[in-house]
Design a protein around this ligand. Structure first.
Ligand code: F6R
Length: 608
């Protein structure tokens, strides 16, 4: 379960449940549709869990009634399956002696589940996590030591995980395992802790140890040990000091949710890449069979549709029509019929304009499908098929991580359709896939490498009266999205155009030092965009360019140059928007504005 958060604590004295509850509250930013806790009381487990925000669940179940000094806790933000008490963590094995909390996705859970069912295990939840509880149970039949059983069990698991596991027969121990999902140990005087985010235990200790991938740790009230999963050897690692103030706690160490969410993109992209394959294929199949395909969204989600129309064309030779949701019925309503498909894109799944299109299209017997970030949203009920982005909750009003994850999902769909339409070979498909796999890492390096430069640009732009964003081809959408971010949170009037359009009117507004931001990767439009830059430059505009790091020519003609890594043109909208998100953020901060709460805007617009 992505974007869930886990917390575990083993105390030398006293009840653990009140401490777990405080930790869960601090981790609530990571998810809030169900929560749960398990403690070891004597020789048995006690478990409380429920659906809703932590306070709501607590009111219903009273977490603090759990006895015992060792326990694990979880808050969940559903991605697979609706939030329910059964699917809420902790998840237990058949005996009820083992409990597990998990953040991540177990990719081979279906195979493991089949195998375990054959061995007689009975599954109760619809979570991927449950296989871990049964695997440990299975290993404990042969291997009497809990830690060894976990070491053996985890070797069978593929995917990503931060796991905390307890076993009532070895009541002092909590086993922690990490691969790809974050997990930190907190080393205290009166107990030891572990969490997806050190904010959970920051008031208990200022010493922490980040676990590395393929490591398993054991904490008890008195000691901790770290093992390599591959060799079983003990690893020695000294704790380091935590540098977090209580004020930073709820935003995971960032001053604003927006910045936190911008920096979460390497992770949210990773999860978008691992989206539910059967639904992806089914949507691709329906789009492939349809006579006409519309892509419909509002605001940022519309921009993802616009960029996507280039992807479907380039990779699948498929014409798609991107349309702004509020205009759809007027513009195309009369054309809908059963041979038409609509792919609706809405991070919240609650945008009224989009829902109206969904209901309208259903009446016309068209095929309604959706991409959304919220699993139980209205759009999922109106759609024949939907994909959940798994980007985790987006709290900042300006959409950031959900935009890039929408783009990546469109890309995967375009590749799938490209294969069906025989527009790309198996070889090319694999090649694209390899490139897509590298996106999270590239995104991470872009965020790191451009942040300082972007801050300098923000300083220059902060008092501008108007900013232009120009791009070409697929990055017309990037220009639109950069502009939307800037005007909605920094309130600087901004315009965006396909660069080719600039001389058909907008260029009249260019005066000396008017800032013009060019999105200019090294793709087929690079030559023409250079011409557009020259046109603006000769009229005195200040040229700020995002381009390839080794593009000397572009660098030379630009006043400010933000260096980007070389990448496949179809991937550039995902990567080039990152510095533009940062730019809007830092410009807003320099103007003394709160980027998380832009005036007049709501996170989800539920009125037409
Ligand atoms: C911009 C922004 C809005 C939303 C739009 C659609 O940063 O957040 O423009 O993109 O309101 O919202 P969803 O995707 O929830 O339908």
């Amino acid at each position: 379960m992505f974007m869930c958060r886990i917390f575990a604590a083993a105390l030398a004295e006293g009840k653990v449940s009140p401490i777990l509850k405080i930790g869960l509250k601090r981790l609530e930013y990571g998810g809030y549709d169900s929560a749960g806790m398990a403690t070891i009381n004597g020789d048995h487990l006690e478990i409380k869990k429920g659906v809703g925000k932590i306070d709501e669940v607590d009111k219903a179940v009273n977490f603090e009634s759990l006895e015992g000094n060792v326990g694990i806790a979880h808050n969940r933000w559903a991605t697979h399956g609706y939030p329910s008490v059964t699917n809420a963590h902790p998840i237990v094995d058949c005996t009820g002696n083992i409990a597990v909390v998990h953040n991540g996705v177990i990719e081979n859970f279906l195979e493991l589940k089949e195998d375990l069912i054959e061995k007689g295990h009975v599954f109760k939840s619809r979570t991927d996590t449950e296989v871990v509880a049964h695997l440990v149970e299975e290993e404990l039949k042969e291997e009497k030591d809990f830690v060894n059983a976990c070491l053996k069990a985890i070797k069978k698991v593929e995917g990503s995980y931060a796991l905390a596991i307890i076993y009532s027969k070895e009541p002092d121990k909590i086993v922690l395992v990490k691969k790809e999902s974050p997990l930190y140990l907190g080393i205290g005087k009166d107990g030891n802790f572990a969490s997806s985010d050190p904010v959970a235990f920051v008031d208990k200790t200022n010493l922490m140890i980040p676990l590395e991938d393929y490591e398993l740790a054991v904490i008890t009230p008195y000691y901790y040990k770290i093992y390599s999963i591959n060799t079983g050897n003990i690893i020695t690692r000294k704790p380091t000091e935590i540098n977090i103030t209580p004020q930073m706690i709820e935003k995971g160490g960032f001053p604003h949710y927006m910045l936190k969410e911008i920096f979460e993109q390497p992770t949210s992209l990773y999860y978008a890449m691992n989206i539910q394959k059967p639904y992806l294929e089914a949507i691709a199949e329906l789009m492939y069979r349809s006579k006409i395909n519309f892509l419909v969204g509002a605001g940022t989600s519309y921009h993802s549709c616009l960029a996507a129309s280039y992807m479907y064309s380039k990779l699948a030779g498929l014409a798609t029509i991107p349309v702004v949701a509020s205009e759809f019925i007027h513009q195309y309503g009369n054309t809908l019929d059963p041979d038409t498909s609509l792919l609706l894109v809405s991070q919240s799944g609650e945008t009224a304009d989009v829902l109206k299109v969904a209901s309208f299209a259903r009446m016309k017997a068209s095929t309604v499908m959706a991409i959304t970030n919220v699993v139980s949203s209205t759009i999922t009920r109106l759609s024949r098929l939907y994909l959940v982005q798994q980007a985790g909750p987006e709290i900042g009003v300006a959409a950031t991580k959900t935009y890039t994850s929408q783009l990546l999902i469109h890309l995967l769909l375009a590749l799938e359709i490209g294969k069906k339409r025989e527009k790309i070979s198996e070889e090319e498909f694999k090649d694209y896939f390899a490139k897509i796999r590298s996106i999270p890492k590239i995104a991470e390096s872009i965020l790191k490498n451009t942040e300082q430069k972007v801050k300098e640009v923000a300083e220059i732009l902060k008092d501008s009266s108007h900013i232009f964003y120009l791009g070409r081809g697929i990055n017309t959408a990037t220009a639109f999205e950069g502009r939307l971010k800037m005007l909605e949170i920094a309130y600087i009037p901004s315009s965006a155009f396909s660069a080719g359009e600039s001389k058909h009117g907008p260029i009249a507004l260019i005066e000396k030092n008017t800032p013009v931001i060019f999105v200019a990767p090294n793709d087929s439009s690079r030559r023409v965009i250079l011409g557009n830059i020259m046109e603006i430059k000769s009229r005195g505009g200040k040229i700020i360019t995002l381009g390839n790091s080794d593009d000397k020519e572009l660098k030379e003609v630009s006043d400010i140059y933000i260096e980007m890594p070389e990448s496949e043109d179809i991937l550039t909208p995902i990567l080039y928007v990152l510095p533009l998100q940062l730019l809007a953020y830092y410009t807003a901060v320099l103007r003394g504005l709160d980027p998380d709460k832009p005036r007049n805007l709501a996170k989800s617009v539920t009125v037409e």
